[in-house]
Design a protein around this ligand. Structure first.
Ligand SMILES: Nc1ncnc2c1ncn2[C@@H]1O[C@H](COP(=O)(O)OP(=O)(O)O)[C@@H](O)[C@H]1O
Ligand SMILES: [Mg+2]
Length: 504
């Protein structure tokens, strides 16, 4: 030993670069388990279930165990992960830890996973280590497996364990290590519960938080938690089993604005505006409501709220126009409309743009979870506010997780979420489209000029009840078009129906 140290010291002096490369290699190959990992390594249970926060060291530990299993001759070892991408990460960790000279054939390049191909490592002792993605379980058949790792198990459908992996462990009394960040109370929760049950002798299970990994830089786990909405941090960092239907928005009193909303949509005490207002518009599509929710960019305070029952597009468009005008008259320098452009909404965005509005189309379907998380996060940190109008829509808004562990957010069945959607659009605009601290410098006149409005026949601020189709020339065109395609009641058509008929 002393001899080897002397040699190392010599190398350090003669070739420092080579020396540090060697040290890096030695220390990366030889993982020294931290105390939580050691507990799992010491367990003799046939089925071990580890429920841990992100970056606890699950993959590192599982790779160490998989390599240990490959020391025995003529074994069949499997590594299964939810996607090729995650499988690839495990494969690279294995290659990193793999001792020199144990493979019978060179390790295939990890780019195989990018092409959706399974990869096999052949060991000199006849053992095989096979890597699979749950995206393609067809290849995982017919083998008698001695040891199987399921990395990020909670993100895989239950049948991967029940119907694919578990049966292969029968012949050789094989064992399994299931490791994951939790995804609600799905099948992974069930197997974890088995591990907690003293009567299930074959099973053992643990829970660790991200903070339990002492190798992460100081404060890193706490920082990660701070970046996430509470519910997600509970799951991702603290490895808690979040029940389906848990509320997404945590509203404490300081972010609830208990202010009257006037009939004209403006908010009590906010009659004098300045700066940019982001007006989130959630359009009624079928039987629901159209909601406009306005947030002032500079202090994120709510300045406008209007909710109306499903009405024809021509009327909705006029109400949008009225809202913009009211905000401008109250002193807003600019009003940016935030509109859902998914679900045939792009025609609506174009139509509003043509009418001279400044519109940002957001694909709600694509961005919804990010929008939910942003609003939830900012509400928790006092960086966003909600009016006490329809507050129940916020408190009802819930998270569910799909079988594949994807988080979904929505109002419970049959309940409205148009107020939440409008506020999310508005807040998303403030954060992503806002100009930050930059002051928008415009004169009054320029401010007005920004809204060249083709339907602006009069200067009136209010459009009465807006329900008389004769007043609306566009509606006449709609009626004309409706007659041509044999429809009776064009004045009640919603944006979706109009878009479907290519009317914009
Ligand atoms: N025993 C250990 N020794 C050194 N570093 C470790 C150890 N366990 C985990 N790590 C480090 O912690 C980080 C997270 O590990 P990883 O296995 O990818 O976490 P997880 O799979 O839980 O997200 C990585 O940077 C990894 O190198
Ligand atoms: Mg991992």
């Amino acid at each position: 030993m002393a001899d080897e140290f002397a040699k190392l010291r010599q190398l350090q002096e003669s070739d420092p670069e080579q020396f540090s490369r060697l040290i890096r290699e030695l220390s990366s190959k030889n993982i020294r388990p931290h105390s939580g990992q050691q507990l799992v390594l010491d367990s003799k249970a046939r089925f071990r279930v580890m429920n841990c926060g992100r970056r606890w060291g699950k993959t590192v530990l599982a790779a160490k165990e998989a390599i240990a299993a490959c020391r025995k001759a003529k074994q069949m070892v499997w590594w299964v992960a939810p996607t090729y991408r995650i499988t690839k990460r495990g494969y690279e960790e294995i290659l990193r830890q793999l001792p020199e000279g144990v493979l019978a054939k060179p390790a295939p390049p990890s780019s195989n996973f990018d092409a959706g191909r399974a990869v096999i490592l052949h060991f000199k002792n006849g053992t095989k280590l096979e890597f699979f993605s749950a995206e393609r379980p067809e290849g995982m058949l017919g083998a008698a497996v001695d040891f199987c790792v399921m990395d990020e198990a909670a993100i895989m459908p239950s049948r991967i364990w029940n119907q694919v992996v578990s049966p292969t462990l029968i012949d050789h009394l094989g064992s399994a290590l299931m490791i994951s960040t939790p995804r609600g109370r799905n099948w992974f929760y069930d197997v974890w519960l088995k591990g907690q049950n003293a009567e299930e002798k074959d099973w053992a299970s643990w829970t660790f938080t991200t903070q339990d990994n002492p190798t992460l830089p100081e404060g890193e786990a706490d920082r990660m938690a701070l970046d996430l909405p509470q519910m997600e941090a509970d799951q991702e960092i603290y490895a808690k089993w979040i029940a389906a239907g848990s509320s997404v928005f945590i509203l404490d009193e300081r972010v609830i604005e208990r202010r009257a909303v006037y009939e004209n949509g403006l908010v009590e005490g906010r009659e004098q505006l300045s700066g940019v207002v982001f007006l989130g518009v959630d359009l009624a599509r079928t039987n629901d409501f159209t909601v406009m929710y306005g947030t002032a960019e500079k202090d994120r305070r709510n300045v406008y709220f209007e909710r109306m029952n499903s009405i024809a597009w021509a009327e909705q468009r006029r109400r949008i126009k009225r809202a913009v005008r009211r905000l401008m008259r109250a002193g807003a320098e600019h009003v940016m409309l935030m509109v859902d452009e998914g679900n045939a909404g792009s025609v609506i965005v174009e139509d509003l743009e043509e009418a001279g509005f400044d519109v940002v189309g957001v694909n709600f379907t694509t961005h919804k979870s990010n929008m939910v998380r942003l609003l939830a996060n900012d509400l928790e940190r006092g960086k966003a506010f909600v009016l006490d109008e329809c507050l129940n829509e916020f408190t009802d808004y819930a998270m569910t997780q799909t079988a594949n562990g994807r988080m979904q957010y929505s109002a419970p069945d049959n309940r409205h979420d148009d107020v939440v959607s409008a506020k999310m659009l508005s807040h998303w605009g403030c954060v992503n489209e806002g100009m930050g601290d930059v002051q928008v410098i415009t004169t009054e006149a320029q401010g007005d000029d920004q809204y060249v409005d083709p339907w602006d026949e009069s200067d009136e601020d209010d459009f009465g009840d807006l329900l008389d189709p004769e007043l609306d020339s566009n509606l006449e065109e709609d009626i004309e078009a409706a007659h041509q395609i044999g429809l009776d009641e064009p004045s009640r058509l919603t944006p979706n129906q109009l878009a479907a008929r290519g009317w914009f």
